[in-house]
Write a protein that binds this ligand. Structure first.
Ligand code: ADP
Ligand code: MG
Length: 239
């Protein structure tokens, strides 16, 4: 668990300011800003193609914005060298995607233990911790299975265990329930929000689903690569 407190509790833990990102002729982000406070659950909503995933990738240090800044715990992320970024992603961030992207050749237990092994934890201890996290997400008895042998909901809960096992300060979840039926989606969301709140982990959660957004403390809505609040535009972009 990373237990360094933010420099100033009033400051956001993670902040994107005026992000611009262009892919060829497509403006994925056109001046989007977002803030995430320590321990906060923020839902990011918006139509398909509105820039949600690009915003998440920029905040998580996976994609470099063309313009604007990303600040994490008082330091600029957008200019950091790749090696520092990938270390930070390993120690401070967890990610979950729509299809959990567990490694199919490994057992579920080894998938969850992997981030700990990469961080230098001894194998026996890593597997023990992985088992504890699978238990928290209600899939402990399934640890010896391969991901393909589980249901979609179970695999997503295992992916959440993998994202949280290192004690990250921020979890990024990109439509984690998008491929699940509503009952399994509900179980995944409940598990994510409950566990994150218990651990004090901040969550940035992308979703299409208003019911899922209802689990969040706050909702931020994107349209055409910029943030909108209802009908009101909060950036300089007009349309
Ligand atoms: P959302 O997650 O809201 O569906 P995205 O951030 O994935 O939106 O995409 C925003 C826009 O940027 C879309 O027009 C999409 O086609 C484009 N885009 C996103 N990622 C890439 C990429 N890697 N290469 C080319 N275009 C991309
Ligand atoms: Mg997306």
């Amino acid at each position: 668990m990373n237990d360094t407190a933010p420099r100033d509790a009033r400051e956001p833990l993670l902040a994107a300011r005026d992000l611009v990102k262009t892919y060829g002729r497509s403006d994925a982000l056109r001046g989007a800003s977002a803030e995430l406070r320590a321990g906060e659950v923020l839902a990011v909503t918006g139509a398909s193609g509105s820039g949600k995933s690009t915003l998440l990738h920029c905040l998580a240090g996976i994609v470099r914005p063309d313009g604007g800044s990303v600040t994490y715990d008082g330091q600029r992320l957008d200019g950091l060298p790749e090696a520092r970024l990938s270390e930070l992603r390993r120690t401070d961030f967890g990610v979950v995607f729509q299809f959990g992207q567990l490694i199919p050749e490994l057992t579920v237990l080894d998938n969850v233990a992997l981030p700990l092994l990469l961080a230098g934890t001894a194998r026996a201890r890593a597997r023990q911790r992985a088992g504890e996290w699978l238990e928290r997400f209600g899939v402990r008895g399934r640890g010896d299975l391969r991901p393909g042998e589980m249901s979609g909901g179970q695999a997503q809960r295992a992916a959440l265990a993998r994202a949280l096992v290192t004690g990250p300060r921020v979890v990024f979840a990109d439509e984690p329930t998008g491929a699940l039926d509503s009952l399994a989606g509900e179980q995944v969301m409940t598990a994510l929000v409950h566990t994150a709140r218990e651990a004090g982990t901040a969550v940035l959660l992308i979703t299409h689903d208003a019911q899922v957004a209802a689990y969040a403390d706050r909702e931020l809505s994107l349209r055409d690569g910029a943030v909108v609040t209802g009908a009101a535009v909060t950036t300089g972009v007009t349309w």
